[in-house]
Ligand binder design. Structure first.
Ligand SMILES: N[C@@H](CCC(=O)N[C@@H](CS)C(=O)NCC(=O)O)C(=O)O
Length: 304
């Protein structure tokens, strides 16, 4: 199997979700540190413009978004499954719980202030805030955000009240690592850390999920990752083609993320099945690469 190369940075909570997946599966992987703010020239050389992390690279295939990455990890190493058959809807629902909680925590941190450095705050302010969001008002909404987080923690604490070890039963799965990452973020400040004091079951569960560890990482430079892509050929698409009406494989397309400020990617439609889309791109330094996205939350637009 080609190396699993994760492009990420240590503080990224979403990357922690994938690092824990490596732990759950006991996988070796290469760790490429990506800048936390733009510009990210080596990262976007591979993705074609998508700026978020984590991104998983396998040879000349580049997988964006944790929803796409976790599917690939189950493909390359099926056991133990991240997404146990029959539990997909529950696992997906809990990842949505995690994503709304993550945004509450980020808004709480902007409200508390002084947690992120000025360069980080400016980058997010300039490039990632949806129109109409004003960080200057974040202090005003802080009390609301803290209560919203408490309400979401309360739901999770109740789920664990029957004594189950993990969120969906006796075994750890994707639901656990998804829900873990925003709660891990609460540790950055005493006001948010305090929200965990009454949630004894969540704290015990966090200890178990954290103990999954990160598998076996070894450091890699971003230029070496680009060289890996240049020397590799993208994998053939083996799925059942499922394309939006009016489109065919090979069409020139634009992939647009619903999440504001993610960046967009153009190329030829290389793959499209029910859960995944991919575009083929020619790059200056990495040669031909195929960039993959999950179906949900990514819009395909035909450009020619
Ligand atoms: N939907 C994405 C969200 C990933 C995300 O928002 N990651 C944050 C870091 S935790 C990010 O990329 N922020 C912007 C940046 O680092 O440039 C996923 O599931 O992978």
């Amino acid at each position: 199997m080609s190396d699993l190369i994760l492009h990420h940075y240590d503080m990224s909570a979403y990357a922690e979700k994938i690092r824990l997946c490596f732990g759950l599966k006991g996988l070796p992987w290469r760790s490429v540190q990506t800048p936390m703010v733009m510009p990210k020239p080596d990262h976007t050389e591979l993705t074609g413009g998508y700026r978020r992390v984590p991104v998983l690279q396998i040879g000349a295939d580049v997988y964006c978004d944790t929803h796409c990455i976790t599917r690939v990890l189950d493909r390359v190493q099926p056991e133990p499954p991240l997404s146990p058959p029959g539990q997909e809807a529950l696992e997906h629902g809990l990842s949505r719980w995690a994503e709304t909680t993550f945004m509450m925590v980020i808004m709480a941190y902007f409200g508390i202030g002084g947690i992120f450095d000025e360069e980080f705050v400016e980058d997010r302010r300039k490039t990632m805030l949806p129109p109409g969001t004003n960080l200057d008002n974040a202090g005003m909404v802080l009390p609301t955000k803290l209560l919203q987080i408490r309400a979401n923690l309360d739901r999770l604490e109740n789920l664990l009240s029957d004594g189950r070890a993990y969120l969906l039963g006796a075994e750890a799965c994707l639901a656990d690592v998804s829900a873990y990452h925003p709660i891990m973020m609460l540790g950055l400040h005493e006001r948010t850390r305090a929200l965990l004091e009454p949630t004894r079951r969540i704290r015990d569960w966090m200890d178990h999920v954290g103990a999954l560890g990160h598998g076996k990482p070894s450091a890699m430079e971003s230029l070496d990752a680009i060289a890996v892509a240049r020397d590799a050929t993208p994998a053939a698409f083996e799925g059942e083609p499922t394309v939006p009406d009016g489109m065919s494989l090979g069409d020139p397309v634009l992939v647009l993320a619903d999440e504001f400020g993610s960046g967009h990617v153009t190329g030829a439609l290389a793959a499209s099945d029910l859960h995944e889309i991919a575009v083929r791109r020619q790059t200056e330094r990495a040669g031909e690469v195929v960039v993959h996205f999950p179906r949900e939350e990514y819009t395909l637009i035909k450009t020619g």
